[in-house]
Design a protein around this ligand. Structure first.
Ligand SMILES: [Zn+2]
Length: 325
């Protein structure tokens, strides 16, 4: 059965209006969004963590002191769903492999869950989630169904704009980032070269660790991540691994040619590119280091500061409507 036909069926059985345009669970079939006894309910098809196909349900209630209590109450009613609950929302995810679960069974699960929810959490009853003022219209706030009065919407947008500006204005301390980053890079080199010498081989995964460490150190110093900081992380990582490789080669040259450390290192550095491209894993180690650096850089993207409010509009609840689209 196609997702939209299935949702139309669940809609009919559960009485929850079907909105094909609101892809709040990520699937283009849309979602059921509505209220039941003052609770907000949303249901749709989407992906579970790890990309598995799943039926997802959100149950939203008035802010609760103890999410654990709600989880306990919902647990016996959850059927084959996986359940998580926080102060305002219980999230239920049921993965499936071939066919979607039976629509009547899912409608029954939702009924059971709502009955159980009544024993543990207060309904939202059409009140603004922020200030408690009566607000009959359901809104979507960044794809989460909610009640949010117009003045609180304005306030939230202003607050987030201010946070975005504050972030832009954060000082970036590049010199301190360089100091921390260089320290981490030197430590990384010594550890890299030493371990490689003792075990007589290069561990490529270790290079990723060095990239991560240098990334963390630079970010700790700079405070905010700019493009200069990102480039610094990349350069320091490549340098750290390359110098680590040099230390490793130098230690070997020392042992095999009975040289002192400094002349051995000098010899290695003068022939660095040849050694690095000849050695197994030499260039790859730098590449792996950069992967680690990339992970840190990706993790320090600018945070999102947007509140996107969308009103629900008109549902397409009937099966004929859904099938016609
Ligand atoms: Zn409000």
């Amino acid at each position: 059965m196609k997702n939209n036909e299935w949702l139309a069926q669940v809609s009919k059985l559960s009485g929850l209006p079907y909105y094909q345009d609101h892809r709040i669970f990520g699937d283009k079939s849309g979602a059921l969004i509505g209220t039941s006894d003052g609770y907000l309910v949303a249901l749709g098809v989407g992906k579970a963590d790890g990309g598995h196909a799943a039926v997802k349900v959100l149950l939203r209630y008035a802010k609760a002191q103890d999410p654990g209590h709600i989880k306990q109450a919902l647990d016996p009613a959850k059927g084959k769903f996986k359940l998580t609950a926080d102060e305002t929302t219980a999230t239920l995810v049921r993965t499936y492999s071939f066919a979607k679960p039976d629509a009547p069974a899912i409608a029954e699960d939702v009924r059971n869950l709502l009955a159980a929810l009544k024993t543990a959490a207060s309904p939202m009853n059409g009140k603004c989630e922020e200030c408690g003022k009566a607000e009959p219209q359901i809104m979507l706030l960044n794809d989460v169904p909610t009640y949010y009065c117009s003045s609180c919407q304005v306030q939230l947008s202003q607050k987030l704009d201010a946070a975005a500006i504050a972030y832009e204005n954060l000082e970036t301390n590049l010199p301190l980032g360089l100091v921390y980053g260089s320290g981490a890079a030197l430590l990384g080199s010594i550890a890299w070269g030493g371990v490689a010498y003792l075990l007589n081989r290069i561990f490529l995964w270790g290079a990723i660790g060095i990239g991560l460490l240098i990334g963390k150190a630079v970010v700790k110093g700079t405070g905010k991540v700019t493009w200069t900081a990102r480039i610094m992380i990349g350069v320091l990582t490549a340098a750290s691994v390359a110098f680590g490789d040099s230390l490793f080669y130098a230690l070997i040259v020392m042992r095999e040619n009975h040289l002192a450390f400094v002349p051995a290192l000098k010899l290695v550095l003068m022939n660095f590119w040849k050694l690095e491209s000849d050695s197994e894993g030499g260039l790859a180690s730098i590449l792996f280091g950069l992967i680690g650096a990339g992970i840190t850089v990706y993790g320090t993207r600018k945070p999102g500061f947007k509140a996107r409010f969308v009103s629900l509009g008109t549902p397409a609840t009937t099966l004929s409507n859904a099938a016609a689209k």
